[in-house]
Design a protein around this ligand. Structure first.
Ligand SMILES: Cc1cc2nc3c(=O)[nH]c(=O)nc-3n(C[C@H](O)[C@H](O)[C@H](O)COP(=O)(O)OP(=O)(O)OC[C@H]3O[C@@H](n4cnc5c(N)ncnc54)[C@H](O)[C@@H]3O)c2cc1C
Length: 388
């Protein structure tokens, strides 16, 4: 596509910054608009598997992420009451070679601080909340809450589960509350008073599960996220404070090893969990969606963020390779939808690594090299060059 095409990315999350970073490297003038006034260190961790970290390597930020987070030695699935190991995957030099990338746990705030480096300095306009998009005949006009107006030829909606761009493309539709909430806490490891835990454990109960993992190399910060059934979420808030006792009680009949960790937790908050039904329309005209804007999924496979990263790599390759947006968007959707919908299905089933699991199809995938569905020409996009 003509490199004079002006591209606007709405949303500076994982997906938005990935696609913007690659488009800039491919020579497109790409601006990113983010509603938040700045990135803040919100209290949560995130798991980034090799299929995403190998993409972030091409954006030059893998090493910074490794330093900001932790390469866990293992991921263990244990039965809620007996503590029996249901599945264990070891992460070492061998697995890194096989997957082609690292498996990483990191604090979301630290992730964002690093992600910002993936795009050219000054290309993120913070405090820009998109409120409208207007056709201008030869392009699109972006209207922001702060009164700013910007023009672009293409708009990428990377604005998350409550995407405004999605509303404009498909019509407003609230996301679906899945009948569960996440209780999350981050606390210093010293509160464990020497009690040793593996780097990453998922405890599987009958109607609930909980993960505990370290987020830093020093193993000085623990993150727990427990998912429990809930009839409804009656607040407009994205999260609410939660008494620690509620977390302890919710997992009160779990194995003593877990209870010991929960006794140490502090600063607990509770978050509603939403997703959307699968919808295979991700684009129209000059608009295209990626990440949670088009396929939010339950956070049970640790796949939502990494899928957004994969989308960013594939979409940028399609735009760089194909001559017009319609072909690029068709290729992007055809390449992404089968893989993403499988991750959505597994997330709803909550079966990933519950028992013996074939993980190679997921972790070995390389979105920078994978074939583009139906692309008529050789993919000539050079990944890894410096941003313009
Ligand atoms: C409890 C929980 C745990 C999770 N754990 C994991 C995990 O371990 N691994 C994993 O891969 N995924 C995980 N996920 C999923 C992951 O967080 C999301 O899938 C991922 O953040 C999606 O990235 P995104 O870039 O599409 O959207 P987001 O990260 O939501 O980014 C969207 C951005 O757009 C901005 N924005 C929104 N509206 C506007 C607007 N109108 N104008 C301008 N900007 C706007 C937002 O401020 C935000 O910065 C988890 C999710 C939850 C809820």
């Amino acid at each position: 596509m003509n490199r004079n095409t002006r591209i606007a990315v709405v949303g500076a999350g994982l997906g938005g910054l990935t696609v913007a970073g690659f488009l800039q490297r491919a020579g497109f003038a790409t601006a990113v608009y983010e509603q938040a006034p700045t990135f803040s260190r919100i209290g949560a961790g995130i798991i980034l598997s090799a299929n995403a970290t190998k993409v972030l390597r091409r954006l030059g930020i893998e090493q910074d992420l490794i330093e900001a987070g932790i390469k866990p030695e293992c991921y263990v699935s244990r039965t809620w009451d007996t503590g029996a190991t249901q599945y264990e995957i070891v992460f070492d030099a061998g697995s890194e070679r096989r997957f082609g990338g690292t498996y990483l746990n990191v604090h979301r705030g630290d992730l964002h601080a690093v992600l910002e480096k993936a795009v050219a300095p000054g290309s993120i306009a913070f405090d820009h909340r998109l409120v409208d998009l207007q056709e201008t005949g030869d392009g699109l006009r972006l209207v922001f809450e702060n009164g700013v107006i910007a023009d672009a030829d293409l708009v990428i909606g990377a604005d998350g589960i409550r995407s405004k761009v999605r509303d404009i493309l498909l019509g407003p539709e609230p996301p679906r509350f899945v009948g569960a909430v996440a209780q999350r806490a981050i606390f210093p490891s010293e509160r464990l008073r020497g009690f040793k835990i593996p780097d990453c454990t998922k405890w599987w109960g009958r109607d609930r599960h909980i993960l505990a993992y370290f987020m830093t190399n020093k193993r000085d910060e623990v993150y727990v996220i427990g998912v429990v059934p809930a009839a409804s979420w009656d607040s407009d808030a994205a999260s609410l404070p939660c008494p620690r006792e509620e977390l302890v009680e919710a997992f009160g009949d779990f194995h003593p090893d877990l209870r010991r960790v929960l006794e140490a937790a502090e600063d607990v908050s509770v978050w509603p969990i939403y997703d959307r039904e699968r919808n295979d329309c991700w684009s129209g005209g000059r608009l295209v969606l990626l990440g949670d804007a088009c396929h939010p999924m339950r956070p049970y496979m640790a796949a939502g963020g990494v899928m957004a990263v994969e989308d960013g790599a594939i979409l940028s390759r399609c735009l760089a390779t194909l001559d017009n947006p319609a072909d690029a968007f068709r290729c992007y959707e055809a390449t992404r939808i089968p893989r993403v919908s499988e991750a959505q299905r597994i997330s709803i089933e909550n079966s990933w690594m519950r028992g013996p699991t074939e993980t190679d199809w997921f972790y070995c995938y390389d979105p920078c090299l994978a074939p583009l569905a139906g692309a008529p020409v050789e993919d000539t996009f050079q990944v890894g060059a410096s941003p313009k």
